[in-house]
Design a protein around this ligand. Structure first.
Ligand code: IPE
Ligand code: IPE
Ligand code: MG
Length: 241
């Protein structure tokens, strides 16, 4: 049965660095925000393609802790886009049985946006289909720093024995504590770097750096990358079986 095979061999968790919106807009003579709007519209098709590709977890990088360095106009436009996007898609996610989660530091976001993020998480908390995680004001180093702060508090209060801290301890404090590690990380737009995305979690992920700009990324290309993953051999430091 081919669908069972896809499920067994394919990546269970795919993470995507959605890059190239600015260049996509520039190529069309439009402002960067034009590209971000086009990029946001691509998300739905990829979320919808997850079940047929055997992908249970999709994590997408929407805004990094470093993206605040952009112009005030671009940052404000992105924040307004995120608010509108969540408001508009929330009910559809429920209808499609998509469970939405956010990772990143919410404290630094405006109250209206973080309120909508909480609302979307609560509204979809009972959904049992695709797990969509949106990384917003997310940075891998920032996440590890925040996790370490919480871990240190537990040590200070006597809830955690420092001698018992091991590889399993820190992930319990990360924003992603309920998610499995990503199996496949895709970055669009031709850049071969990870830009502070899921640093701890991607230690053994497979990477695909593709030329397509995010607003041009399709479900067909997603399917091809997921299929190519199935042919790869992951060794985790061991030797060929
Ligand atoms: C990715 O597209 C979206 C965000 C970082 C918010 P970019 O805006 O980085 O697009 P390029 O890399 O400039 O083309
Ligand atoms: C990474 O893209 C962040 C997101 C896709 C949200 P950037 O465009 O911000 O990364 P750099 O600056 O090229 O490393
Ligand atoms: Mg970029």
């Amino acid at each position: 049965m081919s669908s069972d095979k896809t499920r067994r061999d394919g990546p269970r968790h795919v993470a995507i660095i959605m890059d190239g919106n600015g260049r996509w807009a520039q190529a069309r003579g439009g402002p960067r925000l034009f590209g971000h709007h086009a990029g946001a519209r691509r998300v739905r098709e990829i979320v919808e393609a997850c079940p047929e590709n055997g992908v249970d977890y999709l994590t997408i990088f929407a805004f990094s802790t470093e993206n605040w360095k952009r112009t005030q106009i671009e940052v404000a436009g992105l924040m307004s886009l995120f608010r509108r996007y969540i408001l508009k898609e929330m009910q559809d996610f429920v209808r499609q049985n998509v469970r939405v989660r956010f990772i990143g530091d919410r404290v630094k976001l405006d109250k209206k946006l973080s309120g909508l993020m909480d609302e979307a998480e609560e509204l979809t908390a009972q959904c049992t289909g695709t797990n969509l995680t949106i990384a917003l004001n997310y940075g891998g180093r920032d996440e590890v720093a925040r996790a370490t702060q919480r871990l240190a508090r537990d040590v200070a209060s006597g809830r955690l024995d420092p001698e018992k801290v091991d590889e399993e301890t820190l992930p319990r404090y990360l924003d992603t504590h309920v998610l499995p590690d990503p199996d496949l990380v895709i970055r669009t737009s031709g850049e071969a770097r990870i830009s502070n995305f899921l640093l701890w979690q991607s230690a053994y992920a497979e990477y695909e750096f593709i030329e397509t700009l995010w607003p041009d990324f399709t479900a067909a290309e997603f399917h091809d990358l997921v299929s190519a993953y199935a042919g790869r051999e992951r060794r985790y430091g061991g030797v060929k079986a």
